[in-house]
Write a protein that binds this ligand. Structure first.
Ligand code: HEC
Ligand code: HEC
Ligand code: HEC
Ligand code: HEC
Length: 134
């Protein structure tokens, strides 16, 4: 099931030019910044490794729900629907929140989300310097 979902997402990405209507859903009024620098604040490692993230370029091809989601009262993943409150990843993905370690920090959650997709699309995009400029 999960595999099917993931390849569906990838397919949507690869076919981006022919499915532009998919990317933005009516109701997503706040799209956030087009260029971001992401940095862990709750579970920092040394030396820090800020990550560049061209949010706008990803939004142009991917639906918000590819990356954004919420949490149900039972602590399960809640799929994103247009207009849902978007919180920082760290709010839920931090070492105090009791998540499994593989996505229990901002670093781990981000590496799973970002790197899995990059690996499948263009493996050279998994090199550290793609996101961590120094
Ligand atoms: C696709 C983008 C991407 C790539 C490629 C990537 N990372 Fe990251 N990494 C992130 C993001 C996003 C974060 C979370 C925000 C932050 O603190 O930088 C992060 C966090 C980290 C952190 C914690 C930073 C801190 O300040 O505590 C380390 C260490 C790290 N990455 C190491 C690596 C290494 C080593 C590689 C190469 C093997 C790598 N990353 C490749 C996106 C990436
Ligand atoms: C490829 C992944 C990805 C996609 C697609 C994406 N975003 Fe984001 N977005 C992020 C990440 C990562 C952040 C930074 C979160 C953080 O700082 O912890 C972010 C931040 C935001 C923020 C700012 C939140 C804050 O409090 O700083 C808003 C608003 C937002 N996104 C809206 C959207 C909307 C609306 C869409 C769809 C049109 C979208 N995003 C698509 C990954 C994505
Ligand atoms: C409101 C809380 C919340 C926020 C904010 C949040 N997540 Fe999650 N996330 C969850 C929950 C709950 C799960 C399911 C955890 C589990 O099953 O172990 C999850 C699962 C995941 C997973 C595991 C694979 C999957 O999709 O189930 C990844 C990777 C992930 N989140 C990355 C992110 C990133 C990156 C951000 C920021 C763009 C983010 N999350 C924002 C609550 C949140
Ligand atoms: C669902 C797929 C997907 C996800 C999730 C994703 N990316 Fe990407 N990203 C791509 C693809 C594909 C490209 C290449 C776009 C192109 O060639 O125009 C890219 C390009 C980039 C680039 C620019 C590389 C360059 O210099 O050309 C950066 C930086 C980047 N992503 C960071 C991130 C970070 C950080 C995250 C997680 C917060 C993330 N990406 C999540 C698919 C994804």
């Amino acid at each position: 099931m999960k595999r099917v979902l993931v390849s569906g997402i990838l397919l949507a990405f690869c076919c981006a030019p022919c499915s532009l209507g998919e990317a933005t859903t009516a109701g997503d009024t706040d799209k956030g910044p087009a260029e971001m620098t992401l940095q862990t604040t709750l579970d920092p490692e040394k030396p820090p490794k800020p990550a560049v993230f061209p949010h706008g370029a990803h939004q142009a091809r991917l639906g918000c729900k590819t990356c954004h989601h919420g949490k149900t009262a039972e602590g399960k993943r809640l799929s994103y629907v247009a207009g849902q409150k978007i919180e920082k990843c760290e709010t839920c993905h931090n070492s105090k929140a009791g998540m499994p370690e593989k996505w229990g920090t901002f670093k781990n959650a981000a590496h799973v989300l970002c790197q899995n997709c990059h690996r499948k699309n263009r493996p050279e995009l998994t090199e550290c310097k793609v996101c961590h400029k120094k």
